[in-house]
Design a protein around this ligand. Sequence first.
Ligand SMILES: Cc1ncc(COP(=O)(O)O)c(C=O)c1O
Length: 488
Amino acid sequence: VTAPRVSTARADLEMHITLRRRSRTALHLQIADQMREAIREGRLKSGSRIPSSRQLAATLNVDRNLVVLAFETLLSEGHLSARSGSGTFVTTETISEIQTILEPQEIPRWARRTIIAPKTEPAPQAHEIAFRLGQPSMTELDLIAWRKIWRDVNRLAPFGDYAEPAGHLGLREALADYLRRARGLNCSANEIIITTGITQAAQLIARATLGKLDRIAYEEPGYGLIRQVFLELGARILPIPVDDDGLRVSQLPKGKAAPLLVYCTPSHQYPLGSRLSIPRRVTLLEWARTHGSLILEDDYDSEFRFETAPLPALAALGPDCTAYMGTFSKTLSPSLRVGFLVAPPGLLEPVLKLKTFSDYHTSIPVQQALAQFILEGHFERHIRRMRRVYASKREALVAALEPIQSFAPLKGLEAGLHAFLELPPEIDAQKVTDLTRTRGVIVRTLESFHHKPPVMNGLLLGYGGLSLEQIQRGVKEILWAVRQYTQA
Ligand SMILES: Cc1ncc(COP(=O)(O)O)c(C=O)c1O
């Protein structure tokens, strides 16, 4: 072993490498970690030469290969650089120096924009009973079939390229077939774009169509998150009230004041639960055709209908002026992040371009699994099963709320996974929710669903994700809270 030169001896000292031979961390990683730390802390100065692997191995009394491995790690990270013939050096601009240069002096220019906080529901605590909206129940899913399908998809070698922005053809074909049967939509796979959900579909449509001064008519009250998506894009929102027959179509401005887009939830108004009546459907389509406007039909939970025949989708009656948006978020799970858009001809191409800009396409393995789930009949079986499950939950909710029906009617029960309990003016919905919260029951008022005051007085009760027992216990607390006001 050659004697180290003075400079490298100093470097040895500055590195202070202490090896723990019994540690679970491999020795070469320990060496690399400690050298990196010495560089970051400035003990090993940039530009300084470090001992050769042979010298360091001798000093540390380890196999030289371990030191070589540690050097390779630091070289690949850019902490060290090798100059052939003259040795290995600490890289001139070390990370610690770069960090000092970037020490923030003030809020950087690029961090000055404020993004509005998304109106999403916070996850409840384990002990709470939360009547969350749009929450599907997962316990009835046929896990044997689900897991088998994922195993099958796992066996496929991943596709080595980007796929079509419209999505997996197998899923689009399966959906076209399903939508034809279930929703009366006369569409082909070529008119379908797989998205990461209705939220993305709505955003892509808005980006594809809205100009600076264009307006979008939006249900009032309505779904807060998608309204925010439009607002965030700079769109101008025109609130249109809803009643027991859905969107009040007669209030849509005519002539030059007609908005370019109309967003609505005709199957089960979100959040009040009403259905858009047939006459209003016809009027809406006529209005859209007259004014060259596009209807955004959000069909988020139409699969779950109770005791009523389905009304035809707007896209079935007027496919030329309706963009139909569906999702697997309620029928299966929101965590899948898969939805679909059936687009009229003029919308297809622009949305496909924007989908490519956004994320190229939705994940193919997930789409393959869903296609197989539909083709093997599991999807529709699951929907039939869930219809029965949700119907019994809905019955439990209705029965439990019976004692206050004379003054607080429960509405929006024909479809979906939630209902609306309308409260008389003397019972303040906000106070009721504050009271139930003290007893671990979380319910929502309509506040975040309104674009503008006045806010309707009532409670939104999502029951899909709760057990029968939780529904009964939860409603007991709601009745208790309501009685605090009726008895006062
Ligand atoms: C009215 C409405 N539309 C759409 C969605 C679902 O959107 P996504 O498909 O992006 O999950 C929800 C979910 O809560 C909803 O309530």
